[in-house]
Design a binder for this molecule. Structure first.
Ligand SMILES: Nc1ncnc2c1ncn2[C@@H]1O[C@H](COP(=O)(O)OP(=O)(O)O)[C@@H](O)[C@H]1O
Ligand SMILES: CC(=O)N[C@@H](CCC(=O)OP(=O)(O)O)C(=O)O
Length: 295
């Protein structure tokens, strides 16, 4: 093919991508999308920058993105440096009072600041919040479930109340809220909340159009640890039946997707955050990517 013909074909395919986005741009105008940015998806500087660009793109395209970030690997690295062992049970970090201080310091003081900085490379959009701010999240102590039995995991909370006004105020002001999954209990105790669960609770409270969860696998594998088949779509009842068979970080992630769709969020998606611009591909293309959870 001559250079000119190739150039013309490339231009046509770029135009086709833009045109494919048109119905989605119309459909999602003014809608809220909650994006959970997992610590395992924060791999390198290029990917972090492409995630931030996607979030800012959504905002300029007329959506209202809200970021809930994780940072589990970053917390584990900080605990290692302090000589504190890490144990996960049923996908939740066993959180001693000593570990809780580190979790809060790393998530709010380090990871949230980093995400705010990445988004604000594009303008003065991002404002960071902990679940403690404006009493956004109230939590109660919870347990992990292993083989159907509850197991104590220390200062881990589940969200029992969301007061989304502080986030709604920021959205109305044209900002991009960047939320950390730390919450207080009614008695003032501080809890470590899994970030997938926090993102789902917030998506429900904001009546979001979508919950998008970025992680380090292609989606939900049908028969993990085999990675041959990614489920492209699963409904809430089938997912609930699968829950007891899931392991590690997929347990809270899929509980979160279930909670979102049962709470009225039309769709939840688990995407591979290692693929650049996976958020844009999910929101603005016909096929979507990863695993979609529907009610
Ligand atoms: N059925 C499954 N499909 C995909 N991943 C699974 C499955 N079961 C367990 N996993 C594990 O769950 C991990 C994702 O959870 P997690 O490590 O908590 O991610 P994140 O930090 O993004 O929240 C995957 O990397 C994989 O090791
Ligand atoms: C209770 C619990 O497990 N809390 C998580 C909070 C951070 C998180 O969820 O981070 P990722 O999304 O990167 O996994 C933790 O301490 O690691």
């Amino acid at each position: 093919m001559s250079g000119t013909a190739r150039d013309r074909q490339l231009a046509l395919s770029k135009a086709a991508t833009l045109v494919e986005a048109l119905p989605w741009l119309k459909r999602f105008a003014g809608r809220t999308v909650v994006i959970k940015y997992g610590g395992n998806a924060m791999i390198d500087e290029g990917l972090k920058a492409s995630f931030a660009a996607d979030v800012v793109f959504l905002k300029h395209a007329g959506l209202r993105p809200v970021v809930v970030h994780g940072g589990g690997p970053q917390v584990t690295a900080a605990l290692d440096r302090l000589g504190i062992d890490t144990v996960f049970t049923g996908g939740l970090r066993v959180t001693t009072p000593e570990a809780m201080d580190v979790v809060r310091m790393v998530l709010v003081g380090q990871v949230q600041r980093e995400v705010v900085g990445l988004v604000n490379a594009h303008g003065s959009f991002a404002v960071g919040l902990s679940g403690e701010d404006g009493r956004l999240f109230t939590a109660e102590r919870t347990m992990a479930v292993v083989d159907g039995k509850p197991v104590d995991v220390g200062l881990v909370g589940d969200i029992v109340r969301v007061e989304p006004e502080v986030v709604e105020g920021l959205l109305a002001d044209g900002r991009i809220p960047v939320v950390t999954s730390i919450a207080r209990g009614d008695g003032g105790e501080v809890y470590n909340v899994n970030a997938d669960i926090a993102a789902a609770a917030l998506a429900v409270a904001l009546q979001a159009e979508k919950l998008v969860v970025l992680t380090d696998v292609e989606g939900l594998y049908a028969d993990w640890p085999s990675t041959e088949e990614v489920l492209s779509s699963v409904d809430a009842d089938s997912l609930e039946a699968m829950l007891p068979t899931l392991s590690s970080g997929m347990v809270p992630k899929m509980q979160a997707c279930l909670r979102a769709v049962r709470g009225g969020v039309p769709k939840a998606h688990v995407l591979d955050g290692r693929v650049p611009h996976s958020v844009l591909l999910e929101v603005f293309t016909d096929e979507g990517v990863g695993t979609e959870v529907t009610a």
